[in-house]
Design a protein around this ligand. Structure first.
Ligand SMILES: NC(=O)c1ccc[n+]([C@@H]2O[C@H](COP(=O)([O-])OP(=O)(O)OC[C@H]3O[C@@H](n4cnc5c(N)ncnc54)[C@H](OP(=O)(O)O)[C@@H]3O)[C@@H](O)[C@H]2O)c1
Length: 278
């Protein structure tokens, strides 16, 4: 089926769920990623034209994060190309409390394209599909800032909001802040995951320096270590992040998913019960 809707990052945490939301409405969107056909690579602008050609609306997730060096330039180039190729609307996934992400939002807002910004707090799915999964599987969770209050949000809620605002032009020109319905700490989260998955999890409250040293010892690439340090030191502690916003309820007409609901579903699918491979 021909499609004029594009989901960049359409196999990622939110993108794949936006694709599912659209498919449920009978729309088969084009996916933009390195493994899609045609292939789209943020690091190779030559791949962008084919992916954007014939597209009317697009949902954009930047990889790995709008905070990394080069993201702003990439969003600027993509937005200009989109306008040139006749794309009518862009929904940008952004991050709450990230100065660099706000700079990317401004580029889109001032470009002249119709847009909606979906500005998200940290995702629940970081614990099942991203960097917090391995410690959970190992049973040993060592994190800094264990008492900081965070309104973790569910990627399914983000995707439902993104698909809604993509299709509904009354959201043009608006910024939708997507947070979970409650403020919780890392300690609360590890307790909830332990209870729902029926596993003993040891939690260690460490300093940011110890956390960074640990990542370096595990030979995690420098750019990822930089990003995680930035997210902890600038984003997590930003007071703008420690607020619950009810935009999910406003857009979807129902309450946002709690971390407990997410944890119960995730525990059922068995991802937290895998035995660590030595
Ligand atoms: N995680 C959080 O808590 C959080 C909170 C707020 C905001 N955000 C924002 O969320 C955005 C990421 O969204 P997400 O979590 O939904 O996506 P994601 O899961 O991080 O992204 C994975 C997707 O990106 C594609 N991809 C990876 N490298 C690529 C490249 N070089 N070129 C093109 N595509 C590439 C992958 O497909 P291929 O492998 O096929 O390329 C896949 O479709 C970031 O910009 C971040 O700022 C995240």
């Amino acid at each position: 089926m021909k499609t004029n809707i594009l989901v960049i990052g359409g196999t990622g945490k939110t993108g794949r769920r936006v694709v599912e939301q659209l498919q449920n409405k009978g729309i088969e969107p084009r996916i933009g990623s390195r493994n899609s056909s045609p292939s789209f690579d943020w690091d190779n602008k030559e791949t962008w034209i084919e992916t954007l050609s014939g597209i009317e609306k697009m949902y954009v997730t930047y990889y790995p994060d709008l905070a990394v060096p080069g993201a702003k330039e990439a969003i600027e180039s993509l937005t200009h190309l989109a306008i040139e190729l006749g794309v009518k609307k862009m929904v940008l996934l952004s991050g709450k409390g990230e100065t660099e992400a706000e700079a990317c939002e401004k580029i889109v807002m001032n470009s002249g394209i119709n847009y909606t910004i979906v500005r998200a707090s940290w995702f629940n799915q970081n614990w099942s599909e991203s960097f917090f999964l391995d410690p959970i599987i190992s049973g040993e969770v060592a994190l800094p800032m264990s008492d900081v209050l965070i309104p973790f949000v569910d990627a399914n809620d983000i995707a439902e909001v993104a698909a809604t605002v993509l299709l509904d032009d009354t959201y043009n020109g608006k910024t939708i802040e997507v947070t979970g319905p409650e403020l919780i700490t890392f300690k609360d989260i590890v307790n909830i995951i332990s209870r729902t998955s029926n596993r003993k999890l040891n939690f260690y409250d460490i300093t940011l320096e110890q956390y960074i040293d640990g990542m370096k010892q595990m030979q995690i690439p420098n750019d990822i270590v930089w990003l995680i340090e930035y997210l902890f030191s600038h984003v997590l502690t930003n007071p703008k992040n420690q607020l619950v916003v009810n935009d999910i309820e406003r857009v979807l007409g129902r309450k946002a998913k709690t971390f407990l609901e997410y944890a119960q579903e995730t525990a059922e699918n068995g991802i937290w019960s895998q035995v660590e491979v030595q």
